[in-house]
Ligand binder design. Structure first.
Ligand code: CTP
Length: 395
């Protein structure tokens, strides 16, 4: 969202207070934000609050004292890269759907060519009213983006659909919907993430330090580029990205089974998971009691990626390799032995790369020997580049 110009329209609902946090989060993500309020919204939160949070004066009236001599509703409407209404009452939804422009906010929405995002929030009966539903459908048909409200306890004392989602969820939806593209539309992309857990007994396992961040970022990017995205993940602390179908597994064997189930029908498999090379031969059925010395008997796990490489028809295969030396040489061997389209190689001995950090510095090593090097980037940016590289592979 860095550098993006966003107008946040605030209308008169009790959830208007949540828009303060929303604007603050948008700015933290690097967006430049201007707020426009309806007269009714100012009864819930003052323009001063939004002025402080956004860093710009807030527009309310069409006829307030002119600060600069641009026609304000037109100037702001053309300044915007995106226009988002948080919260949107039944009233503003009805007005926009029916072409009514009788205040600053509704006039700007009519004047903007930027994509418009609407986050409805109202009492359940109002939300379910067929007139509101018809108005929302009209807006969808015109290409407006509508966020589904949450269900739960509402300010009016009832329970049901109509709650404004949390500001963090609105940011995710807005970011996802705004950036969504269609390069991978019609394709199924399977991504594995996290570190496998190989059970010793019912309470203990052998694990590794993988946080799952890279795999989750890849799944988010694949979905953003329009792919039907299946994330096969071990348990992590991370939220499932917007638009992604998740399957939770624990061990390498479970991960292999989950991959096998979807592999034939997918167009690409990205193995970002840190799969344990070994598992305990005889997993104890009961919790083991302590003893003096103790030896675990380990047996080799299946190599999920290698077996997919042997079985692949049309599928694109992308592997990951963490190395501490001879990065490119080792990567080349893995591309050959696992029949990959490319391998994402990272030198985990470098600062800022590898497990549990938010950045990564990687090189893509292709089957034909080509190497693409990237600088140190956030995992989100690395994921974006990997997904673009995937979409550019020959069909
Ligand atoms: N992989 C897999 N199944 C395994 C082990 C690894 O699918 N049992 C995948 C990983 O998800 C990753 C790639 O293979 O995409 C890593 O290849 P691998 O040869 O296992 O790399 P390292 O673990 O780094 O191997 P080595 O220790 O031999 O360097």
């Amino acid at each position: 969202m860095k550098g993006m110009h966003v107008i946040v329209g605030v209308t008169g609902g009790i959830a208007a207070y949540k828009a303060v946090d929303f604007v603050s989060r948008l700015r933290k993500q690097g967006a430049e934000v201007q707020v426009v309020m309806t007269e009714h919204a100012t009864k819930f939160v003052t323009p001063l609050t939004f002025g402080e949070i956004s860093g710009h004066p807030v527009s309310v009236s069409m006829f307030q004292e002119v600060i600069n001599w641009d026609v304000e509703h037109i100037a702001l409407a053309t300044w915007a890269d995106a226009y988002i209404i948080v919260p949107a009452t039944a009233n503003i939804i009805g007005k926009i759907a029916n072409g009514i422009a009788d205040d600053m906010l509704s006039t700007q929405v009519m004047a903007t060519k930027a994509p418009v995002f609407i986050c409805p929030a109202m009492n359940t009966n109002m939300y379910e009213n067929p007139i509101t539903q018809r108005n929302l459908q009209t807006l969808r048909d015109y290409g407006y983006h509508i966020m589904e409200p949450d269900s739960g306890h509402l300010a009016c004392g009832t329970s049901g659909k109509g709650r404004l989602p949390d500001p963090a969820a609105i940011i995710d939806w807005f970011d996802f919907t705004y950036h969504k593209s269609q390069e991978l539309a019609g394709q199924t992309v399977v991504v594995t993430a996290g570190g496998t857990q190989e059970a010793i007994d019912p309470v203990r396992y052998i694990g590794n330090r993988s946080s799952g961040k890279m795999g989750y970022a890849l799944a988010a990017a694949a979905a953003r580029h329009g792919a039907h995205t299946i994330l096969i993940t071990t348990p992590t602390q991370l939220a499932i990205p917007m638009g992604v179908q998740a399957v939770t597994v624990h061990s390498a064997k479970e991960m292999k089974q989950a991959v096998d189930e979807v592999f034939d029908d997918c167009q690409a498999l990205i193995m970002a998971a840190a799969v344990a090379d070994y598992r305990v031969r005889n997993q104890a059925p009961q919790k083991l009691k302590k003893q003096e010395d103790f030896t675990l008997d380990l047996v080799k796990n299946p190599d999920i990626l290698k077996e997919a490489g042997q079985r692949k028809q049309k599928q694109k295969l992308i592997g990951f390799a963490a190395e501490t030396e001879h990065l490119i040489e080792n990567a080349r061997k893995k591309v050959d032995s696992k029949h990959l389209d490319f391998l994402v190689a990272n030198d985990v001995s470098q600062q800022g790369s590898g497990f549990n950090v938010d950045t990564n510095q990687v090189s893509l090593v292709y089957a034909d020997g080509t190497i693409k090097e990237f600088p140190l980037l956030s995992k989100k940016e690395v994921a974006e580049r990997i997904i673009i590289a995937l979409s550019e592979l020959k069909k």
